[in-house]
Design a protein around this ligand. Sequence first.
Ligand code: FE
Ligand code: FE
Ligand code: MG
Length: 166
Amino acid sequence: MGTKGRAIVGKHAERVIELLNKAFSDEWLAYYQYWIGAKIVAGPMKDAVIAELMQHAADELRHADMVSNRIIQLGGTPVTTPKKWFELTNCGYDEPADPYVKKILEQNISGEQCAIGVYHAVMEEVSSIDPVTYNLALQILQDEVEHEEDLQALQEDLDLMLSRPA
Ligand code: FE
Ligand code: FE
Ligand code: MG
């Protein structure tokens, strides 16, 4: 860990690490929810939806990587067991028990809306104490905003198609 880099966060490091481990748990759960959703999704526009879900899964895994690097920079340890993801998560895990495309989209849109709220709250909390984490949360927030928009655009296309049978 870089000593000066950590010194500027000072006594707040522990709290920032806690916020980051919660976000880290969210990212892994989001990754898996997208990944398994892409495997099982069924219904109209399936191929377009699978492509988007797989892209988002890759983004969530990249977010987990980004967040874990910041935890380590601050002298913390990223959560070392999946069991803890369920204790720390903000947004939880929404099992895709129904593979119908509309249902999967709905679940993942809710997940993105939760993630947007989480990163927005992280930015507010760290804005005056940790500019590096602030910037990290901003980068991830930009992706989550894009994810929500991608999924809602698919949902709109699907609704249009379903309301106008050929
Ligand atoms: Fe993410
Ligand atoms: Fe996302
Ligand atoms: Mg996308």
